[in-house]
Design a protein around this ligand. Structure first.
Ligand SMILES: [Zn+2]
Length: 457
């Protein structure tokens, strides 16, 4: 980095720090927390799933719906701007021969090839992080604050960014060394072996993430407050998930979002419920979300995702093999890149991956959305909390558009839309009405299902 760039970066930092000190924190876009089951969603003999869905959606105040729609739709544009910005940066690095110069510098440091790759990588990631910083700070900091989704002041946010840079520098640097090693040794079949190495690296990262990567940013603890967790752990045991695999994370450090996930692989596989969910969710809602996460766990969605991503990686690798060769015969000399084994080729690889990723966004989202819908079905069957489920869908509506169009949902949604999820819950309720209508002579059924003796009511 030249001293001019360093001065510019410092200037920008001071500017943003000053700005954040004066900025008034906007109110969080909190959806109503304890939602009464609306009249049309009460269990009555003329219960109608569509009417119940509409009644739930009608509980969201219009201004909150508009704010959440604006946030989510803005995200569509961010996909485009990120893509275009990434393309421009990659083309500049190639055409201004910055990449070739970084390679030359790396080669002056040592004669040892893997170290070349790593030194090149360090220069690349620092330079691109600086170039992307204005976009990152807008997208991850100001925009999140504007919509009341962020809880961090600038300093801690910046610290997280630096940690992120450190993790990427080490982990992806390792991957770059491995891949360039493969390309140099196997110049003709590198794309097959490169894909295999990338897949193994992905599995390794998934395996270590919950234990070694997540704790760099947040505190993860096993769930143990008995009052809160007894019903959760009971559900887990009933579904064959050991209690030691249920955790909570202090996500409120960064965000107001309520969420939960399944992470890890083999022995590190675990369910994590974030503290926003545990704090703001009703017991019914928490059980519904827990049921959903158990669906991911029991239906092995992690393994299915690894299979799916492996196929994507092989396809991407074949495409890179063709694309890199094609581009280098045309512009290799101009860019001063000697071949696919030359580290200076990296911006070209990133450019091609950006295009690939941009084009297959709907495919990736549809894969994820399909698994999420499966987990929804499992969660409804397990938790038997359709109303808790509807409440959760409304809470998630703080950062996800509730009622998108069909094509919009197909392209942009990695989870089913809120409306779809509430409808699925109400449809389930319609088919299981007897569970909610004890006066219809099913009191015994209700009691046995919820673990209470109806006679003691
Ligand atoms: Zn899920």
């Amino acid at each position: 980095m030249t001293s001019r760039t360093a001065a510019l970066v410092c200037g920008l930092l001071i500017f943003f720090c000053a700005l954040s000190a004066f900025a008034q924190p906007p109110a969080p876009n909190q959806m109503p927390s304890v939602i009464q089951v609306p009249e049309a969603a009460l269990a009555t003999p003329n219960f109608d799933a569509t009417a119940a869905t509409n009644a739930y959606l009608a509980q969201i105040p219009a201004d909150k719906m508009a704010r959440s729609d604006a946030y989510f739709e803005g995200g569509y544009w961010m996909i485009l701007w990120d893509f275009l910005y990434g393309v421009v940066v990659a083309l500049l690095l190639l055409n201004l021969r910055c990449s070739a110069r970084m390679r030359d510098l790396a080669e002056r440091v040592t004669r040892f090839k893997p170290v070349h790759t790593f030194v090149y990588w360090l220069q690349y990631i620092v330079l691109t992080t600086v170039l992307f910083f204005p976009l990152t700070v807008y997208e991850d900091y100001f925009r999140e604050h504007k919509y009341g989704l962020a809880t961090q002041t600038f300093g801690p946010w910046m610290l997280d960014q630096i940690k992120n840079l450190g993790v990427d520098a080490v982990l992806l640097g390792l991957l770059a060394m491995l891949l360039f090693g493969v390309v140099r040794r196997l110049p003709r079949t590198w794309w097959i072996w490169g894909a295999a190495v990338t897949i193994m690296f992905m599995v390794f990262t998934v395996l270590i993430a919950p234990v070694y990567l997540v704790p760099i940013f947040n505190k993860v603890t096993p769930l143990n407050d008995p009052k809160l967790v007894d019903p959760i752990l009971s559900m887990a045991r009933a579904n064959g998930i050991p209690a030691k695999n249920v955790y909570t994370i202090d996500a409120s450090k960064q965000t107001t979002r309520m969420s939960a996930n399944v992470s890890g692989f083999a022995d590190t596989m675990r369910i994590t419920l974030n503290d926003n969910l545990l704090r703001r969710g009703s017991p019914e809602e928490i059980q519904a979300v827990m049921g959903h996460e158990m669906g991911h766990y029991v239906m092995n969605h992690i393994y299915k995702s690894i299979m799916f991503f492996s196929i994507v990686i092989v396809l991407a690798s074949a495409y890179l093999h063709g694309g890199v060769g094609w581009a280098l015969t045309r512009w290799g000399e101009k860019w001063q890149i000697q071949g696919v084994g030359d580290t200076a080729v990296l911006p070209l690889v990133v450019l091609l991956v950006l295009i690939f990723g941009f084009v297959i966004t709907p495919v990736m989202n549809t894969f994820s959305r399909t698994l999420e819908y499966e987990a929804d079905m499992y969660g409804l069957n397990t938790s038997r909390q359709p109303d808790g489920f509807a409440q959760a869908a409304i809470h998630l509506g703080e950062y996800r558009k509730m009622s998108p169009g069909r094509i919009e949902e197909f392209i942009f949604f990695d989870h089913p839309s809120g409306r779809k999820r509430i409808y699925a819950a109400m449809r389930w309720k319609a088919e299981n009405l007897k569970l909610f209508m004890p006066e219809q002579g099913s009191a015994a059924a209700l009691g046995s299902i919820q673990g209470v003796d109806p006679s003691k009511k």
